[in-house]
Write a protein that binds this ligand. Structure first.
Ligand code: IPM
Ligand code: MN
Length: 376
């Protein structure tokens, strides 16, 4: 099949790692009969923002919506206040295209050093399905200072009634931000997790939350989980609190098979997940709308201090490319890319500094691309 891929290299090391990702995808297309990939570059990121004051223009969104998938490098630049590019581009695209799943495989490949004592590839191999459009990412909130007297009085009465706090509304400033879980949003994420478990032959789905404290939002989440679980009687289920899960990731990662988790805790536990699979240099993710345009990216950021030096590990981006191929239905090509990454890692000759090697970014891309061609 032919697929139209939008490429957003972005900021910092983004362009360097995305170049290697495209190199490997092109190699995969070369050796897979019938597979064609057409890449179209989009300039969104700091440089473009500083020049044009635009993040992602309406026009751009229209063009992107005609694509089969988006391949993203990284966003974030010290010249732009923190959050502007992340919210204006990354979160904008996740929300605009309703990419309600953030799929993050936590898989330790052979030959990759793991910081956990006594753990190897047979212990670290699970999926985190992070809900990607709700929870504390809905940007509903505010700060109350310099607001009308009436508004401050309402807030004061809430504070007094709820917490017994005697707030001086003239002087004390408050800030609040709310999380939202909808039945529909929870259901589609949870169902995706169970379907994934079925497809990948996993036997257990763990729901992670903090329902003992954030009772409103996560009691709804749990209710939906229990209902959806009934449709998958062959799959074992459990609830776990997020604080406990951070402990178990370190102590017993082999317990986990598929985890489904609301947005914010999913963000946090997948950085921990990345570390136990060998670091951010090897951790990919997919922002998925099963019925729309999905976007694949390494889960690391733009690492400005490494930018332009050709030292960053491109494997996370290459593996994000592999996830994109799988999503596009190109299983054979996806398997080749993963095989090639495994072979290069196992051989251990070509690896970047974060994995204890001396190779540069393009050496790794070259080695994986060459291996993709050999496998075929
Ligand atoms: C991630 C990132 C983003 C998130 C930021 C950059 C908005 O940390 O993809 O995990 O919080 O989702
Ligand atoms: Mn994150």
């Amino acid at each position: 099949m032919k697929h139209e891929i939008a490429v957003i290299p972005g900021d910092g090391i983004g362009p360097e790692v995305i170049r290697e990702g495209m190199k490997v995808l092109n190699a995969a297309a070369e050796v897979t009969s019938g597979l064609k990939l057409k890449f179209t570059q989009f300039p969104y990121g700091a440089e473009n923002y500083l020049k044009t004051k635009e993040l992602v223009p309406e026009e751009g969104l229209k063009k992107l919506s005609k694509m089969d998938a988006i391949y993203l490098g990284a966003l974030g630049d010290p010249r732009v206040p923190t959050g502007v590019l992340e919210q204006g581009i990354l979160l904008k695209l996740r929300f605009y295209f309703e990419q309600y799943i953030n799929l993050r495989p936590v898989k330790l490949y052979p030959g990759v050093p793991c910081p956990l004592k006594g753990k190897g590839p047979e212990h670290v191999n699970f999926y985190v399905v992070r809900e990607n459009t709700e929870d504390f990412y809905v940007a509903i909130g505010g700060r109350a200072k310099g607001k009308s007297r009436a508004e401050l009085e309402v807030l004061r009465s809430i504070y007094t009634a709820k917490f017994g706090l005697d707030l001086d509304v003239e002087r004390d400033e408050i800030a609040y931000q709310i999380g939202v879980i909808s039945r529909k949003g929870a259901e589609r994420a949870i169902r995706y997790a169970f379907e994934l478990a079925r497809k990948k032959g996993k036997k257990r789905v763990t729901s992670v939350d903090k329902a003992n404290v954030l009772t409103h939002v996560y009691s709804l989440w749990r209710e939906v989980f229990e209902r959806v679980a009934k449709d998958y009687p062959e799959i074992e289920t459990e609830f776990a609190f997020v604080d406990a899960v951070t402990m178990w990731f370190v102590k017993n990662p082999e317990w986990y098979q598929v985890i489904v988790v609301p947005n914010m805790f999913g963000d946090i536990i997948t950085d921990l997940g990345a570390m136990i699979q060998g670091g951010l240099g090897v951790a990919p993710g997919g922002n998925i709308n099963p019925e729309g345009v999905s976007m694949f990216e390494p889960i690391h950021g733009s690492a400005p201090k490494h930018a332009g030096k050709n030292v960053a590990n491109p494997l996370a981006t290459i593996l994000a490319g592999q996830m994109m191929l799988e999503h596009l239905g190109e299983q054979e090509a996806a398997d080749n890319v993963e095989r090639a990454v495994i072979d290069v890692l196992k051989e251990g000759k070509v690896r970047t500094y974060d994995l204890g090697g001396k190779s540069d970014t393009s050496d790794v891309g070259d080695a994986v691309a060459a291996r993709v061609r050999e496998i075929n």
